[in-house]
Ligand binder design. Structure first.
Ligand code: HXC
Length: 519
């Protein structure tokens, strides 16, 4: 009997030793090196993200099986995978462990991630990836490429089924960048997260250009220029908080709706300040975010792509406790005109909302499409059409309110009835017409203006007449293109009522393999 107990203990001790070793990753020295770089370890990151004691790690004792590899075998093989909860909600997570072979992806690490993704899709829970990786593991050659290929396939299969979120908290080089790009949201930590397909050395070698890691693929670059990053965090703590906040707005999967939160904000709240924000002079700027904050519960607006294509605002909020996705022109930037980046930004966001049963509220104040060779040559026709496509395709409840200008193609693009918005309101200040007054009279009255001795005065007079005659919401309301012109003070109430009535909306599209969005 005693012999049996000793044997038992030995086996259990062995497990505990293995566990201890696995949890040390690449060893104490490399953990310290990670801290010296100002980075947390993969395990510390998971501790921050997940509810305490909720994490169950799987494949903890997996090691690489490459015959050719000189690399030492480490338990876990450079990536920690498992499941846990975030504020009580089930999630699946993987975190690259940079202390093991630079978090590079070999065959077995790839298999671990793929297994986890399959679980997440089956269970229907969000998948969160924490990236800190040197890319394809050089020693494992084609088998690491094989791993990436399998991950990309799962990213595609999971798309529109479960929310996928990526945090870039370290280098994400080569193959490590494409999987994040296929996920729904990417969050980068300033001065730590870096994403690039080819690094500065390769850029120098091929193009003789000198560029720093940060300028090439840092958080600033990707959140302002490329649009790869949807969120930026100052540090890893803020990064985890932002992920938690994002999760709170979205559902577990495409068959569920977002959690309803008791926000203690009166759905019947009248808001006299709405009309104070809108300047009397339609050429003056104002901040659309102020309108959004008055509209939504407790002013809580989680802006997505805050620093990219700032002429359009997109993000999550709640109205009467239920999540909505907001799309709004921002007159503070480019007067709220639509351009390439704002069109693709809004289109992608609309598609996310549509995948995950999140109603869309659109606030309109746009003078039209941004003109110019830069826009035309870079494909505003191709990219602008994505916004039209995304609105047309979306079958979630869609409520639009035109606040100010809604001219030309941009009127159609911003959630018009034609694109199957369900309820379209307008403020009395709305200007719905083919062209803005100045542009319209220059075309319609070209001859009069040419022959006039005082063209500036005449132009002013004609513009005033045009504005009175055409630039208002009533012609559209007469035709039923606008359902109702509302007093701005009651905007919140009217949107609450519209969303309530649309709650059980059912709408389908023709059966097909898939549409062919103009990519
Ligand atoms: C194997 C790697 C590795 C890799 C890093 N390491 N990258 N091991 N394969 N891809 C190892 C290092 O040898 C080192 O091991 C440890 O990780 C830490 O790396 P350092 O270079 O010391 O760290 P740091 O100075 O912080 O630089 C990090 C780095 C750099 C910027 C990521 O390591 C780097 O440039 N790595 C290579 C990036 C790359 O080109 N990857 C392949 C991309 S091609 P020791 O034992 O010393 O601790 C690709 C194709 C896929 O991914 C395409 C799919 C579509």
């Amino acid at each position: 009997m005693l012999f049996k107990i000793v044997m038992h203990d030995e086996k259990i001790n062995r497990l505990h030793e293995m566990k201890k070793k696995a949890e040390l990753g690449g060893g104490q020295e490399r953990i310290e090196a990670q801290h010296t770089k100002g980075k947390l370890t993969a395990r510390e990151r998971l501790d921050l993200l997940l509810d305490s004691n909720s994490f169950i790690e799987i494949d903890k004792y997996v090691v690489h099986r490459s015959n050719d590899s000189d690399a030492t075998k480490y338990y876990g093989d450079g990536v920690i995978t498992g499941f846990g909860t975030v504020n009580g909600r089930q999630v699946f997570v993987y975190a690259y462990d940079f202390t093991i072979l630079g978090g590079s992806l070999g065959e077995m690490a790839g298999r671990k991630i793929v297994k986890l993704m399959d679980h997440a899709i089956k269970v229907g829970a969000p998948l969160i990836g924490i990236l800190d990786s040197g890319g394809a593991r050089i020693q494992e050659g084609v088998m690491s490429l094989d791993g990436y290929g399998d991950i990309f396939f799962r990213n595609t299969m999971a798309s529109g089924v479960i929310p996928q979120i990526t945090a870039s908290i370290g280098p994400c080089a080569g193959g490590a960048v494409y999987s994040p790009a296929m996920t729904d949201f990417v969050i980068m930590v300033e001065n730590i997260g870096q994403m690039f397909v080819t690094g500065p050395e390769v850029v120098k070698e091929v193009l003789s250009q000198e560029v720093s890691f940060e300028d090439l693929g840092g958080a600033r670059t990707h959140s302002t220029k490329s649009g790869v990053a949807h969120f930026v965090a100052e540090n890893e703590y803020e990064c985890m908080d932002k992920i938690k906040k994002l999760i709170s707005f979205i559902p577990q999967n495409n068959l569920e709706v977002s959690p309803v939160i008791e926000t203690q904000d009166d759905p019947n709240r009248l808001e006299p300040d709405f009309s104070k924000i809108l300047p009397e002079n339609p050429y003056e700027q104002y901040d659309m975010k102020q309108i959004i904050k008055l509209l939504v519960d407790k002013g809580d607006f989680l802006e997505v792509h805050e620093h990219f294509a700032e002429n359009i605002l997109v993000g999550f909020a709640r109205i009467d406790g239920k999540t909505i996705g907001i799309i709004a022109n921002q007159p503070m930037y480019l007067a709220g005109a639509l351009d390439i980046n704002s069109s693709t930004k809004a289109a992608r966001f609309i598609r996310f909302c549509d995948c995950f049963n999140i109603p869309i509220v659109t606030l309109v104040d746009t003078p039209g499409y941004l003109p110019g060779t830069d826009q035309e040559h870079n494909g505003i026709i191709r990219h602008g059409s994505k916004l039209l496509y995304a609105y047309c395709e979306a079958t979630v409840p869609k409520v639009t309110c035109i606040i100010g200008k809604a001219y030309g193609g941009a009127y159609i693009a911003m959630g018009s009835k034609n694109l199957r918005a369900d309820i379209n309101y307008a403020w009395p200040t709305a200007e719905i017409a083919v062209l803005g007054p100045e542009a319209a009279i220059t075309i319609v009255h070209r001859k009069d203006l040419k022959n006039s001795k005082n063209p500036i005065e005449i132009k002013k007079k004609l513009a005033k007449e045009y504005r009175q005659k055409f630039a208002n919401p009533y012609i559209a309301a007469e035709k039923g293109i606008i359902d109702l012109v509302i007093d701005p003070i009651e905007t919140r109430i009217m949107i609450v009522k519209a969303l309530n009535v649309l709650q059980n909306k059912r709408e389908s599209r023709p059966v097909r393999k898939h549409g062919n969005i103009n990519l």
